[in-house]
Design a protein around this ligand. Structure first.
Ligand SMILES: *Cc1c(COP(=O)(O)O)cnc(C)c1O
Length: 495
């Protein structure tokens, strides 16, 4: 029997995994969740002998039950190949009393690669399984990281096109260079004369345009989204927690069945939710330590039971966590409401109308496994410097927020459970803030000199993703007004 997926907001739509991946969001605006979270079908001992790809298969097959073994293995093989600079895919590095799970060895050196390198293959396989004949057109608005990771994932994948809109002048020079040098016949990158919100609203308007949908269909195209609420992004993220546990066991760092803590620098709540799913599958996890930056909506939520986005939006040096609405939290809310979609719907309606909601005492009682805290900008800089000076290991600004919160947690609780910290980006991606944290003298240097300096002090060679853009040719120079976004998409698709 296939595992089915349903919406977090109503009871009347159940779909297969491949249909959920194709649709992205449920028709009622809810998120797709499995009707029950499956259990691991192999022992921890067996897992400890498996490679990353083997682990990916045994975890993902439990969620994507309508994929054949051959289909799923083919997706995994195409995703976790030489795009990653290590065969381990997600290595564990021990430093300062914790284990850093490096999720940044893919094409764009940030953790989004873990899911976005497989999503295109899951999506095209899903299309084939459901007799979709159209080419899939991915439309994304980005404030920096997601756009490049999606481009790298979809580039030259047969049956797909990808269009990325970014705010011209609103992303870092390195981020822009990464996107406009993207190769692949099916890729299209456009700067818009507007901010990220306008790019996002423009994309939403195009998605909702019925007339365009018909024109697209006549020409053999349909839109889809690579957004982090797609179940096809969540499921691949469960894998690396299982893999990390298995590595610890294989290396004799823990005993079979011993619980670990996981610490996750959080924005949209996707990464930490994947850890929660891993525990529900049977992985021995004690605490989920949720780390926020100065945008500490989640810290407030875990301490008070009130989610309130009515506050100032703060720009920090961990920009991928500058988020006030953590979309994936809805899946946890649904779970602690005992899968009561009406209750969840009521809270999400309050969130969209008033910007806040409050959970019941009973629901709050089900959050015992979570601990939330946050790191300020100053604390984040300090810990980068401290870990570097004490161990020689250099972490990025997002991972540093997690390190700060882990430090607060151990001081508060004296819990000695071994901890895995999700290391979500390479320090080479946020070089300036990382280097300035270590020594303000670096601020005078240009971006690529800093890259070389970082390589020198850390003893880590410059990742390919950075090396490439030093000399890469600009391949995309389209800039448009916000009002022109739709016509630009049509021009690209030649319709
Ligand atoms: C996206 C991102 C995060 C936040 O992950 P969520 O799944 O949105 O919580 C953290 N760090 C980096 C580097 C990211 O790119």
């Amino acid at each position: 029997m296939d595992l089915l997926y349903k919406s977090t907001r109503s009871e009347n739509e159940t779909v297969t995994a491949s249909q959920a991946i194709l649709k992205g969001l449920a028709s009622d605006g809810g998120l797709f969740v499995p009707t029950s979270i499956p259990k691991l079908s192999v022992s921890l001992q067996e897992l400890s002998g498996m490679s990353y790809k083997e682990t990916a298969y045994v975890v993902m097959k439990e969620f994507l039950t309508d994929f054949t073994e051959e289909e799923l293995k083919s997706c995994i093989d195409k995703a976790y190949d030489a795009k990653f600079d290590t065969e381990e895919i997600a290595p564990l590095v021990k430093a300062e009393g914790a284990y850093y799970l490096e999720l940044f060895h893919g094409a764009t050196i940030a953790f989004k690669d873990m899911a976005l390198s497989i999503l295109p293959h899951l999506l095209t396989t899903s299309a084939r399984k459901n007799n979709v004949k159209n080419d899939i057109v991915i439309l994304t608005a980005t404030s920096g990281d997601t756009g490049k990771a999606a481009l790298a994932g979809f580039a030259d994948v047969p049956g797909t096109r990808i269009v990325v809109f970014y705010p011209k002048g609103g992303v870092s020079p390195i981020q822009e260079k990464q996107m406009v040098t993207q190769t692949g016949e099916n890729t299209f990158v456009v700067g818009i004369k507007g901010n990220f919100d306008q790019a996002q609203s423009g994309v939403k308007a195009i998605f909702g345009d019925k007339e365009l949908e018909k024109e697209m269909n006549d020409a053999g195209f349909q839109f889809s989204s690579a957004n982090s609420i797609n179940i096809g992004r969540l499921v691949p993220q469960v894998v690396y927690y299982v893999y990390a546990y298995a590595r610890l066991l294989a290396n004799g760092e823990i005993s079979d069945g011993e619980e670990i803590n996981v610490v996750v620098p959080t924005g949209n709540f996707g990464n930490i939710l994947a850890a929660y799913y891993a525990k529900n599958m049977g992985l021995p996890i004690h605490k989920f330590i949720c780390a926020s930056n100065d945008n500490k909506v989640l810290y407030d939520f875990f301490t008070t039971g009130i989610y309130d986005k009515n506050r100032e939006f703060i720009l920090t040096m961990s920009p991928s966590m500058d988020i006030l609405i953590s979309s994936n939290l809805e899946r946890l809310i649904y779970k602690i409401a005992d899968c009561d979609s009406a209750k969840n719907n009521e809270l999400m309606t309050a969130l969209s109308s008033e910007g806040r909601y409050s959970i019941t005492e009973e629901m709050k009682g089900k959050l015992q496994d979570f601990y939330g805290n946050y790191g300020s900008e100053e604390e984040t800089s300090e810990i980068i410097k401290k870990i570097y000076e004490e161990t020689g290991y250099v972490i990025d600004t997002h991972t540093a927020v997690a390190a700060v919160v882990y430090d607060k947690y151990t001081r508060e609780t004296a819990d000695t459970t071994k901890a895995v910290i999700a290391s979500t980006a390479s320090p080479f991606k946020f070089t300036r803030n990382v280097m300035n944290s270590i020594d303000p003298k670096y601020d005078a240097m240009d971006d690529f000199t800093l890259v070389d300096e970082l390589s020198k002090i850390s003893g880590v060679s410059v990742p390919n993703a950075i090396e490439e853009i030093r000399t890469a040719k600009v391949l995309h120079d389209t800039v448009c007004e916000v009002e022109e976004m739709k016509s630009v998409v049509k021009r690209f698709l030649e319709i």
